[in-house]
Design a protein around this ligand. Structure first.
Ligand code: ATP
Ligand code: MG
Length: 256
């Protein structure tokens, strides 16, 4: 069965989609068969991979509207080997559809997905809606990108409350893969202080080496390419390669 990683934070603009696209691309380059599922109707994952979604085509959101729909119908290859995408429906209204928290878990457990992929990455919206709850219910792991400034704590605390509720209810197997500082600048004192505080509150071993601030990551998104293709030598590319190398062995361990 594919291992499922939700990339989540209750705060907007913390680098979730940048992490989802680039980590998916790095893990695919390491030879993992990766499916990226875009649950955020902003639809940025398709843009970040240069994928055009035709009007009316099945999307990751179709399963929430049509009980007969499968996720496989929405899955498409990208130009990058081992990397497939289930894009978002930009017309999906968050909050619409039945409130079944198990819908995504069921869709991912089907044989056609479970045997086709090693890893499934879920990009999630920052809102607390049934899509985030579906993602946390379906996931083995949650990865939490955060911007190391003082306003970050509230979004993380809110996410932790939802996580603990999910762990003690619909998904006891859910584990925290790590907290990932993004847009980080080592030399800024505040960043160091906040990351120190995150370590104290949530456990130092859970805080991953961060993704540094790099304008090339934003540019790569505009160009519709993962950073490893757009600017393979920049520090953003280095950081994502290092992150994938750190996480790949952890993800290889089958969690039940
Ligand atoms: N390490 C980085 N260095 C520089 N810019 C970055 C970095 N990571 C993300 N960005 C930029 O910050 C902005 C927000 O990033 P992103 O869209 O990935 O966040 P998000 O958490 O997915 O946002 P939302 O909550 O709206 O879904 C984007 O313009 C992105 O290009
Ligand atoms: Mg996003």
């Amino acid at each position: 069965m594919a291992r499922v990683i939700a990339i989540s934070n209750r705060k907007g603009g913390t680098g979730k989609t940048t992490v989802a696209v680039n980590l998916a691309a790095e893990l695919a380059a390491l030879g993992k068969r990766v499916l990226l599922v875009d649950l955020d109707s902003q639809g940025h994952c398709a843009a970040g991979l240069g994928v055009k979604v035709e009007k009316g085509a099945p999307t990751a959101h179709t399963i929430f509207l049509d009980p007969q729909a499968t996720l496989t119908e929405a899955v498409r290859e990208t130009t990058y080997p081992n990397l497939a995408l289930a894009p978002a429906d930009q017309l999906f209204e968050h909050g619409s559809g039945p409130r079944d928290e198990q819908r995504l878990a069921q869709a991912l457990a089907r044989d056609d997905i479970a045997t086709a992929f090693d890893l499934v990455l879920l990009d999630t919206p920052p809102s607390l809606d049934h899509l985030l709850l579906n993602a946390l219910t379906a996931a083995h792991w949650v990865l939490v990108p955060y911007v190391p400034h003082h306003l970050s704590f509230e979004g993380m605390r809110q996410l932790m409350r939802v996580l603990f509720k999910t762990m003690s209810g619909s998904n006891p197997r859910l584990k925290i893969l790590g907290f990932l500082p993004t847009m980080a600048a080592e030399h800024i004192r505040q960043h160091r202080l906040v990351t120190g505080e995150v370590s104290r509150q949530f456990g130092a071993p859970r805080v991953l080496a961060g993704i540094r601030n790099d304008i090339r990551l934003a540019e790569a998104f505009g160009a519709g390419k993962p950073i490893r293709q757009y600017a393979p030598k920049c520090r953003g590319a280095e950081d994502f390669a290092a992150l994938a190398a750190t996480l790949a062995p952890i993800l290889d361990v089958v969690s039940t």
